[in-house]
Design a protein around this ligand. Structure first.
Ligand code: AP5
Length: 218
């Protein structure tokens, strides 16, 4: 099954994509994570992307489409993909339709996660990640069980994203509303759109996502 989690920064796309990966064996395809890996590796592409990401703008469509096309050619995506943060523009959405069709596949559902702007800012500003294994946390909504120790790997080192400041989140929200929100109408027109309430807690949002998957499978 191929799913898109569509929503603004902090909507919970990454959180839910990781849960779906564990529950169903789908592969999370996060273009944000792929770009951050390129930044950490210091590749030319990563260095070019870093300045754009730090200010909250979008990396160019041709770069993004090329990295997604390459990722979809790996054998580990056979059980399906959860697209997290992709597509973000009409050109990317069109390219995804073509990339899937070229592989004899299709999109099964687009799940739009709706969250109020002020809640998004609170979520992003409180987000932190284990520096060793990448497990995500939130200072209020998803704390480690023991303060300062990662639940998954026991590391005591955590990081925060450079673009997770209040100012950059508000800029990212504007970019989302202008460049990505038009995809809601695009997928509604395809008959693939399912809208869920992302204001609920993480477990309730997972239940709503699972309900959509069950309906699509039926
Ligand atoms: P990307 O990494 O994709 O960031 P984003 O879309 O802004 O989304 P986030 O990762 O910030 O939010 P999320 O929805 O995954 O929330 P999360 O689950 O972590 O992109 C970064 C940059 O890369 C872009 O700005 C752009 O420059 C570039 N880029 C990436 N893809 C691109 C593309 N396709 N085209 C062009 N450029 C691209 O949750 C957030 C926090 O809230 C966490 O702490 C979590 O614990 C908490 N939380 C989650 N759910 C809930 C809940 N239900 N209740 C309470 N707290 C919750």
């Amino acid at each position: 099954m191929n799913l898109i989690l569509l929503g603004p920064p902090g909507a919970g796309k990454g959180t839910q994509a990781k849960i779906l990966e564990e529950q169903h064996g789908f592969k999370q395809l996060s273009t944000g994570d792929m770009l951050r890996a390129a930044v950490t590796a210091g590749t030319a592409q990563g260095l070019r992307a870093k300045t754009i990401m730090d200010r909250g703008d979008l990396v160019s469509d041709d770069v993004i489409i090329a990295i997604v096309d390459e990722r979809l050619s790996k054998p580990d995506v056979s059980k399906g993909v959860v697209f997290d943060g992709f597509p973000r523009t009409p050109a990317q959405a069109d390219a995804l339709d073509k990339m899937l069709a070229a592989r004899g596949q299709k999109l099964d559902a687009v799940i739009e996660i709706k969250v109020d702007d002020e809640a998004l800012v609170k979520r992003i500003v409180g987000r932190f990640t284990c520096a060793k294994c990448g497990q995500g946390y939130h200072s209020e909504f998803a704390k480690p069980k023991k303060t300062g120790i990662c639940d998954v790997c026991g590391s005591t080192e955590f990081t925060r994203r450079v673009d997770d400041t209040e100012k950059t989140v508000r800029d990212r929200l504007q970019v989302y509303n202008k460049q990505t929100a038009p995809l809601v109408a695009y997928y509604h027109g395809q008959g693939n759109l399912h809208v869920i309430d992302g204001m609920a807690d993480i477990a309730d949002v997972t239940r709503e996502v699972e309900a959509v998957i069950s309906r699509v499978k039926a």
